[in-house]
Design a protein around this ligand. Structure first.
Ligand code: ADP
Length: 312
């Protein structure tokens, strides 16, 4: 099975408002609450496309219980480490014709004891896993190299890791002796890693960027480019994955859906071309739905056939 990690899950609350009024009352009718955090978006997409998975991370309190009930209702297997603090909520207000204002709780602070307990819990889950995805930022309290430690634990059990994070945690993972199999930076994250500007429209320059020594030992680098698809490095091969023009309803969670596609393709031992086509299709299908981290499996084959892969 695929093990998905969401260390700081969240109840994602969406408030559609015609107009957001400041310093007064806003009443909302159609509230939507979903099990969120990037790794749970990944999990939902993998589940909707009929692959076995277990979701893990830290969970706590009544909000944590609600979140687990939500996963049970959707039939998504999970095995979180319970902690003595409330799981967070994240509020997104969608208002004034396309504006999105978010209020994001930082969530619980993880104690050193729970950090250690989770690594033990994680080791047991790794015994049943063939592939691991790690997504998002880390909760407070954990050291910067916590993902790096997790990647080393996975490496010791021969479990491949797909890592979708940014900033210091990504940097730490790239500097460690045991590397992730795949990273998925966007152009901004790439620029941050390389300490220079990145032109995402210049594929020849991107090809050079991805050959920087900081990426040595990382098999796959997938630079997602929104409506332009993705620029991809696999070992010494480079590709541009191009996608058709589509009607976008809600692009939030497309990167997570892309990671889900990459995980399934690699897990199933597909060819480079089919791995990228699967990932582009799950990304596109997510943009076509109102819900975040959600795809319509009935549309999969149609859009898969429309992705084109070009060697670079
Ligand atoms: P991230 O959320 O990580 O920044 P992107 O916005 O690049 O990721 O989107 C990831 C993938 O989702 C893209 O590679 C593409 O397959 C799909 N996607 C995102 N935005 C669009 C769009 N406007 N039109 C078509 N596909 C899109």
């Amino acid at each position: 099975m695929i093990l998905t990690v969401t260390l700081n899950p969240s109840i994602d609350v969406s408030y559609p408002l015609e107009h957001l009024k400041i310093d007064t009352v806003n009443r909302v009718k159609n509230v939507r609450k979903t099990a969120g955090g990037k790794g749970l978006n990944v999990s939902r997409v993998i589940h909707m496309l009929d692959h076995d998975l277990t979701a893990t991370g830290f969970i706590g309190g009544y909000f944590g219980k609600w979140l687990e009930n939500q996963l049970d209702r959707d039939g998504i297997a999970h095995d979180f480490l319970p902690i003595d603090a409330e799981t967070r909520s994240s509020i997104a207000m969608l208002h004034d014709g396309g504006k999105q204002t978010e209020i994001l709780e930082s969530g619980p602070t993880i104690t050193p004891e729970d950090a250690q307990k989770f690594l033990d819990h994680f080791d047991k889950l790794l015994d049943q896993a063939d592939l691991l995805t790690i997504s998002g930022s880390m909760p407070q309290g954990l050291p910067e190299d916590y993902y790096t430690q997790m990647i080393a634990h996975a490496g010791a059990k021969n479990v491949k890791v797909l890592l979708d994070t940014s900033g210091a945690t990504l940097k730490s993972a790239l500097e460690a002796p045991v590397k992730p199999l795949l990273i998925k930076p966007n152009d901004e994250e790439l620029a941050g890693l390389l300490n220079r500007e990145v032109d995402k429209t210049d594929y020849a320059a991107l090809k050079q960027d991805l050959q920087d020594p900081i990426f040595d030992g990382v098999d796959w680098i997938v630079v997602s480019l929104g409506s332009a698809g993705a620029f991809v490095k696999h070992q010494d091969k480079f590709y541009h994955a191009a996608i058709p023009k589509i009607q976008v309803v809600n692009p939030v969670g497309s990167g997570d859906s892309t990671l889900a596609g990459l995980a399934m393709g690699i897990h199933d031992g597909k060819s480079d071309e089919d791995i990228m086509k699967t990932a582009m299709t799950t990304g596109m299908l997510n943009t076509m739905e109102a819900e975040t981290g959600f795809v319509n499996p009935a549309k999969f084959d149609t859009y898969f056939a429309k992705v084109t892969i070009e060697n670079y």
